[in-house]
Write a protein that binds this ligand. Structure first.
Ligand code: NAD
Length: 423
């Protein structure tokens, strides 16, 4: 095909996407093959509707997980990793976490090897989705979770081991800390938060807010307690905004002062209007308070930039507000190299493998994020609208069917068909 090839990174930091890009995919384990089959049909149909025969994705199947293990003896073959590196943009279904063998998780492995430092999760409500919220339509956020450091670095030592004793000795004898309450029985983990790691995550969050004309970036942290890790994250974030984005951002206190000077009332509700003024507000919230506010006043939050552990909790808590696991998409991105892996955020749900019953929306919406990332925004918008319409028509898979009244139950593949009809 003419203009078929790899997506590459241009000199200006923008992706170069050929008309017929080759995109590697992993079907995934458990329910992965079912939801992938439905999703890929939606992707191809939406591209055809949008571009006719001018553009098309050339899908390249690669192995990982159980299928790879059975065929090659490896859970994540080196060839797969190399292809993901070379082709920049890839998409995957869920993968089983191997038990034993020293691999913590195949997803963690991918994130580490490709240095995918942003875990991005949009949280948006689709009308008609069963939600525990009173006004779920007020939830519209994108989480930027730092993906490579924090207490998740994997530096931890079980109590009783030699390493643990050495570290304990260093802490108590050399650093003279008396803060370890039960040294004899303490396991110890180390929390690593760097200025570079924090800045590249926060920079990506602010840039995303500017590019998408969004009103605010909230730095969510526990800096009141963990002053030099989470507290530093907050300070580095404000400093970065002032240094690198002086014409595009206001800090919260600058914003309040400006409004007072103009004689206007200062109110949280004005946050969305602020974007019209063309500047993104940078503010911060302590994580526990944020989780409360996200339920009580979600309309006051737009982009969330946070550390790894907070981000893990926040992603699932917010996803539950708008319909939970079957519909929450995700992406792992390195904005410098261009490498990005788009993925369903749920697991393999092995009980339901080959039942053709689970919801493919999480994977389909991950594809939507992929199209946005590639600059194929019309394809993304078309799919999003079609999913919205399909849910409003109450034609849904079992997870939503069980919580809705007067709905029609569809299989995974039939849900895919319904979305295609609505494209
Ligand atoms: P899970 O997400 O696979 O399933 C939990 C429950 O959520 C399921 O029983 C099902 O009721 C529901 N569910 C999940 N996906 C759904 C969908 N698409 N539609 C409707 N309902 C859905 O979590 P688990 O059982 O803890 O994990 C199973 C395996 O998946 C483990 O090996 C785990 O390590 C792995 N895992 C992989 C990923 C990933 O690849 N990104 C993420 C999480 C877990």
């Amino acid at each position: 095909m003419a203009n078929e090839g790899k997506i590459t990174m241009g000199g200006n930091g923008q992706l170069l996407v050929p008309d017929f890009p080759v995109i590697p995919f992993i079907e995934g384990d458990g329910i992965g093959p079912d939801i992938w089959k439905a999703s890929v049909r939606v992707f191809d149909a939406a591209i055809e509707k949008t571009f006719g025969s001018r553009k098309k994705i050339v899908w390249k199947k690669v192995l990982a997980g159980e299928e790879a293990f059975h065929k090659t003896g490896e859970w994540m073959p080196a060839e797969t990793m190399q292809i993901f590196k070379d082709y920049l943009v890839a998409i995957k279904g869920p993968l089983t976490t191997p038990v034993g063998g020293g691999i913590r998780s195949l997803n963690v492995l991918l994130r580490q090897e490709l240095d995918l430092y942003v875990c991005q999760r949009p949280i948006k409500y689709f009308e008609g989705v069963p939600s525990p919220m009173w006004q779920p339509e007020k939830v519209d956020m994108v989480i930027f979770r730092e993906n490579t450091e924090d207490i998740y670095s994997g530096i931890e030592y079980m109590t009783g081991t030699e390493e643990n004793k050495k570290l304990l000795h260093f802490l108590t004898d050399e650093l003279k800390t008396k803060k370890i309450r039960f040294p004899e029985t303490s396991s110890i983990g180390i929390k690593v938060v760097s200025r570079e790691g924090s800045e590249r995550l926060i920079r990506a969050a602010i840039q995303y807010a500017i590019d998408n004309k969004l009103p605010s970036v909230t730095l969510v942290h526990k800096g009141n307690i963990m002053k030099f890790t989470e507290g530093a994250f907050k300070i580095w974030g404000y400093e970065l905004a002032e240094r690198e984005f002086p014409h595009h951002t206001y800090t919260w206190s600058q914003w309040e002062t400006t409004k007072k000077e103009r004689g206007e009332a200062v109110a949280n509700e004005d946050m969305r209007i602020a974007a019209v003024g063309g500047k993104v507000i940078i503010k911060d919230a302590i994580a526990d308070n944020f989780l409360q506010q996200a339920l009580l006043a979600p309309q006051n939050y737009s982009i969330i930039a946070t550390l790894n552990l907070n981000g893990d909790y926040i992603s699932d808590a917010l996803a539950a507000q708008v319909g939970g696991i079957g519909i929450a998409p995700g992406a792992n991105i390195n904005y410098k190299t261009g490498n990005a892996v788009f993925e369903a955020t749920h697991g393999t749900a092995p009980k339901f493998a080959n039942t053709n019953s689970m919801n493919p929306s999480s994977l389909i919406l991950s594809g939507v994020m992929m199209f946005e990332y590639m600059g194929w925004r019309d394809v993304a918008d078309r799919i999003k609208a079609a999913i919205g319409k399909t849910i409003r028509q109450k034609t849904v898979t079992v997870d939503f069917y069980n919580l809705m009244q007067d709905a029609q139950l569809l299989s995974t593949s039939a849900f895919g068909d319904a979305v295609i009809k609505n494209l």
